[in-house]
Design a protein around this ligand. Structure first.
Ligand SMILES: NC(=O)c1ccc[n+]([C@@H]2O[C@H](COP(=O)([O-])OP(=O)(O)OC[C@H]3O[C@@H](n4cnc5c(N)ncnc54)[C@H](O)[C@@H]3O)[C@@H](O)[C@H]2O)c1
Length: 347
């Protein structure tokens, strides 16, 4: 199988590439990535020199670049991971999100039509359903996004489905819950908490920290995408969850316990506007295709924390670059006004 993977230098895309090359000796992969602040070729060091792997730098929202990279390639499928992905950045500066997550998806769908590519997998998110106060969402639940990131992803999903209905473009959509694991950019909650704790720095936690996420270890996600790629039906959506719902505060405390650090490192900061309080997915549709999540959150967090502990070379250079300014702008004033759990209890 010859795959065109977009956004393969990011967290999940790079895991997927490494996973597919390892598990499928006949698979060839072209990784097409713009290398934004979140794209990192360090994630793909193990693929360097592999004759079944090639990297092309390019932007999915640039139709000419997409066409050039696809022409003559004879690809069996496109798997689209490329996106702007951080909710907080989407609140401060939404335009890149609309450009990549919607217009970029459009450019790829057009290319699928033009080149007659037999399969297109749109990697999406449970955030398109918005807050789920009770119960769990199936794939037919209404979309109710709360921020420019999830709204852009919902836009990409709807466009992809419209291409299936209008042009019979062979589109499949996956909607996964919160991923975690090695190589995740430290702006996201688990790597931020882990790397801050390793440096004895405060861990900012939004609001009361009781927002519930369903945590999915990234390897389980990659196996699920492989299942959809091989066995999924065109025009269908597949939810992918870890069956591991936990409040953020519990995850932070789990990380601190593993690193033998005090809970006092947690600082409650002003909440994110429009913050969804709970996500929850019904994944029975994908389970019928034979996939199940296998990594309990306690084990996944242990593996993740150990990876960040042992790979300072990977994240220290990220945290000393562009990230530093982002962190200061985003959390600086919030941390100045923060409360520790003890202070909060006294109020
Ligand atoms: N991380 C999660 O918890 C999660 C959960 C569900 C779904 N998803 C989806 O999975 C996908 C990957 O997420 P991630 O966490 O690995 O993201 P990431 O931010 O780590 O990586 C995104 C990658 O896309 C690339 N990219 C961005 N804009 C591009 C463009 N215009 N053209 C080409 N490449 C571009 C970046 O350089 C980077 O390598 C996204 O579509 C995201 O919406 C993520």
């Amino acid at each position: 199988m010859k795959l065109f993977v977009t956004g393969g230098a990011g967290f999940i895309g790079s895991q997927f590439i490494r996973f597919m090359l390892r598990k499928n000796p006949d698979t060839q992969i072209v990784n097409f990535d713009k290398l934004t602040y979140a794209g990192n070729l360090d994630n793909l060091k193990e693929c360097e020199g592999n004759p079944r792997y090639a990297f092309v730098r390019g932007d999915i929202a640039n139709a000419a670049q997409v066409r050039k990279a696809l022409s003559g390639g004879g690809f069996d499928a496109i798997v689209n991971f490329a996106a702007e992905t951080h909710v907080d950045r989407s609140i401060g500066s939404p335009s890149d999100f609309l450009n990549t997550d919607i217009f970029g998806t459009f450019c790829l769908l057009e290319a699928v039509r033009e080149f007659g590519i037999p399969r297109y997998i749109q990697i999406s998110t449970d955030e398109v359903y918005g807050t789920v106060p009770v119960g769990s969402c199936t794939e037919t639940a209404p979309l109710n996004p709360s921020n420019p990131y999830s709204a852009s992803k919902a836009g990409g999903d709807l466009l992809a489905l419209s291409y299936f209905r209008t042009y019979r473009t062979p589109v499949l959509i996956t909607r996964a819950s919160n991923n975690y694991g090695p190589n995740q950019y430290p702006e996201k909650f688990i790597p931020l908490a882990t790397t801050n704790a390793l440096d004895n720095r405060p861990i900012p936690l939004y609001g009361d920290g009781m927002q519930i996420r369903d945590w999915l270890f990234v390897e389980d996600h990659c196996r699920a995408i492989q299942t959809v790629l091989m066995k999924g039906k065109e025009g269908e959506i597949y939810n992918i969850g870890g069956d591991q719902e936990r409040p953020n505060r519990e995850i932070a405390e789990m990380i601190l316990a593993l690193l033998d650090k005090p809970n006092e490192l947690v600082r409650h900061v002003a909440d994110r506007p429009g913050h969804d309080t709970r996500y929850s997915l019904d994944c029975s549709k994908l389970k019928k295709l034979g996939w199940h999540p296998t990594i309990p959150v306690e084990e996944g967090i242990r593996r993740t924390v150990e990876w960040y502990r042992d790979n300072r070379w990977w994240w220290e250079k990220i945290k000393s670059g562009e990230f530093k300014q982002y962190y200061q702008e985003h959390y600086g004033h919030r941390l100045d006004e923060s409360t520790t759990p003890d202070k909060e209890d006294e109020q």
